[in-house]
Design a protein around this ligand. Structure first.
Ligand SMILES: [Zn+2]
Length: 425
């Protein structure tokens, strides 16, 4: 009798600790459209619209934890108990813009769209930014009643799509490849690049290892005109998600400011992560954590760049290269360890890849030793006090085969986070 009692206690204890998806959520998505606005001194976040989508396509475990911090986070709390029930780290164009000179004297706003599982009961949603010192500041707090009649029901804009890679697990990581700048008659070409995207992704050994964990769909979003807008050449075109080059006046920085339009295009699509494939041979791209990545298809560097950008948007990896004209905060001078797993300021190196570095390796590691030293601490981001593990990573150069071991580990951790019941923190 005592034995049975003990077992019962253990079982109850286990379920009390393990947060179940069904305890707090139903199998639908709540899409949150926000406006982030302000300037370098003051930022505001406003809820713009809420939409209910028919199904939830994200993770069903590890709901209240995250393997990475991000530049900001959405946190969902059960209102009745104040229990944290979902976390979504993100980065945003608005936060990049804040680091520019013009943010000192101008106000500007940007759209940001996030997907969370649809809550069963009332929730409080906090949206916070992390500053360069990794200090969190909550900028928006909102109570949301899931029965609110003004939460728009999905209108099912029905773009055609094809599943081009099937998963073999129950709750896979769902990626939508979105056509941008492809007219009706260009769609065969888009499908070819969609296939190539899949092939390039799985050429990288960490994605190859977990092929069965991914489901990839190609979405045939039709553009009225062929090609992509290039403002510095006075080219503006009518395209599916209205992307353009010259973001922040940087020629090769290709983004879309229209995240509502992007997600409207995907209302009937099974998706969580987004890779936009742009119909141009102009070099460029962009990738923003848990927002989207965007790559040009006809450029000869397409194959490595599409995977590089996905490294940003999927795993929150930092660039391991540095261009003088790039927007780049000098986090090292603030005596802070950046949150991105593949760069270090050496302020807290043991939280990064220190355990992978041979104890005889010189730190920082001179570039001349890059052939002998497999994993070191190279001054790859010249002049800004940040260091990288190798000189030959996908996050640094196009002319290389794969990610460095540190990026590999970070991507693997993210894949397991999305697909396995419990992961180490
Ligand atoms: Zn790397």
């Amino acid at each position: 009798m005592r034995f049975t009692y003990c077992i019962l206690f253990l079982v109850v204890g286990f379920f009390a600790n393990a947060q179940q998806f069904n305890d707090f959520f139903i199998d639908k998505t709540l899409r949150l459209d926000y406006i982030f606005g302000g300037n370098a001194n003051q930022q505001n976040i406003y809820l713009n619209e809420m939409i209910q989508l028919d199904k939830w396509h994200g993770r069903v475990d590890n709901l209240a934890v995250t393997p990475i911090q991000g530049n900001g986070q959405i946190k969902v709390y059960d209102e009745a108990t104040n229990k944290l029930i979902y976390v979504l780290p993100f980065s945003s164009l608005f936060q990049e813009w804040l680091t520019l000179d013009q943010a000192k004297y101008q106000f500007k706003s940007f759209e940001n769209t996030f997907l969370i599982p649809y809550p069963k009961k009332s929730v409080r949603i906090d949206v916070s930014f992390y500053n360069a010192k990794n200090e969190e500041k909550i900028l928006a707090q909102q109570l949301i009643d899931p029965t609110d009649v003004l939460i728009r029901k999905s209108t099912q804009i029905s773009n055609q799509y094809e599943v081009i890679h099937k998963a073999k697990i129950k709750n896979p990581i769902k990626i939508a490849l979105v056509a941008e700048g492809y007219s009706e008659s260009d769609m065969d070409a888009f499908m070819e690049y969609a296939q190539k995207t899949k092939e390039n992704l799985f050429k990288h050994k960490i994605f190859n290892k977990y092929q069965d964990s991914f489901e990839i769909v190609a979405v045939k979003t039709v553009s009225k005109e062929s090609g992509i807008s290039i403002p510095s050449k006075n080219i503006w075109l009518n395209t599916a998600v209205q992307s353009n080059f010259d973001t922040f006046y940087s020629n090769r920085y290709l983004t879309t400011l229209h995240t509502k339009l992007l997600h409207n295009q995907l209302e009937s699509i099974p998706y969580q992560h987004i890779i936009i494939l742009a119909n141009t041979d102009f070099y460029g791209g962009g990738g923003i954590l848990n927002s989207y990545s965007l790559t040009t298809t006809k450029n000869k560097e397409f194959a490595p760049v599409v995977v590089h950008e996905f490294g940003h948007s999927f795993a929150g990896l930092a660039d391991e290269y540095f261009y003088a004209q790039d927007v780049f905060e000098n986090k090292a001078s603030l005596n802070t360890e950046p949150w991105e797993k593949n760069i270090t300021s050496l302020v807290d190196f043991s939280s990064k890849w220190k355990s992978l570095v041979d104890e005889n390796t010189v730190v920082p590691t001179p570039n001349e030793l890059s052939k002998e030293v497999k994993i070191g601490v190279f001054e790859g981001l010249k002049g800004n006090g940040l260091y990288i593990p190798t000189l030959t990573c996908r996050m640094k150069i196009n002319n290389t085969e794969d990610f460095c071991p540190v990026c590999n580990n970070a991507i693997e951790e993210m894949i397991l986070f999305y697909t396995q019941k419990k992961v180490k923190k």
